[in-house]
Ligand binder design. Structure first.
Ligand code: NAD
Length: 259
């Protein structure tokens, strides 16, 4: 299926690795020119070079921390007026809710709520003026089913979800859609780090922890950044104009509810 976004411009945040990179690659494969953002210049440039070679699209890079005002300003200056915005940043650390400090909450809110909101505010009027826009926020399955050790993620991402639910309806008649993608367990550095930490804490072999985690997923595997990216590309396509304000769970069937 032709997604109809060749020549469009996409700003994809936190995209040198993992799910953000999956989205950047899928959008580039559809012919969208992209600006990708991540903190580590070398990894970012390697990802950019691979995407340029495999797709031939224009790829700009901005090495910055997207959760800072300076980082967001640099990303927006490089991308100009994007037609497509994919928001993403690192997730907050796990912990006991009793120990979360005000600083920890501020960092989580900045990364997983206020940064996406600021980027939406900065880009949405340009999209409305041009009559086309696609905004996809990478959130988490923790929005739908809280994860006990990820209280910071459960809370901060739910704030973004509530904001998006309102704004998506306010702009729905303008050609701009806003949706959230909720990853379950995906095969990225982040999940590997979680598994290694859990193995260390419980004195069990890493492979055993990984296998046990996989056994809890009806699909009996982790998702891939490639399939996550393809879902993102579809939401950004011309075919998805009637899908807005939605929370798409991509979790191999892990959420046990009917709806
Ligand atoms: P990852 O560690 O594989 O990749 C993270 C990417 O984000 C890297 O490119 C890194 O450079 C970039 N990044 C992180 N913080 C940044 C910042 N402040 N500014 C700019 N770039 C930044 O992580 P991932 O697995 O792809 O996860 C992406 C998001 O999805 C995270 O918020 C994570 O919590 C969430 N998530 C992931 C999973 C999973 O299973 N992988 C599940 C649920 C939620």
């Amino acid at each position: 299926m032709d997604m109809g976004i060749a020549g469009r411009h996409a700003l994809v945040c936190a995209a040198s690795k993992g799910l953000g990179r999956g989205c950047a690659e899928a959008l580039a494969a559809e012919g969208a020119n992209i600006t990708i953002v991540a903190r580590t210049e070398q990894t970012l440039e390697e990802t950019a070079a691979r995407i340029r070679t495999s797709t031939g699209v224009a790829v700009k890079t901005v090495a910055c921390d997207i959760t800072t005002a300076e980082g967001r300003a640099a990303a927006l200056a490089a991308s100009g007026q994007p037609d497509i915005l994919v928001t993403n940043a690192g997730g907050p650390p796990p912990g006991d809710f009793r120990t979360f400090t005000h600083e920890a909450w501020s960092a989580a809110l900045e990364a997983n709520m206020l940064t996406p909101i600021a980027l939406i505010q900065a880009t949405i009027d340009g999209m409305i003026a041009r009559g086309f826009g696609r905004i996809v926020n990478i959130t988490s399955s923790s929005v739908k089913a809280p994860i006990d050790v990820l209280g910071l993620s459960n809370g901060a991402r739910s704030g973004l979800t509530g904001f998006v639910a309102g704004v998506a309806r306010q702009v729905a008649a303008t050609g701009v859609t806003i949706n959230n993608l909720l990853p379950g367990a995906f095969d990225t550095d982040r999940i590997e780090a979680t598994i290694v930490a859990q193995a260390k804490a419980t004195h069990r072999p890493v492979d055993e922890v990984r296998e046990r985690r996989i056994a809890t997923i009806p699909a009996r595997r982790f998702g891939t950044p490639e399939e996550f990216g393809r879902a993102c590309a579809f939401l950004c396509s011309v075919h998805a104009g009637y899908i807005t304000g939605q929370n798409w769970l991509i979790d191999g069937g892990a959420y046990p509810g009917t709806f």
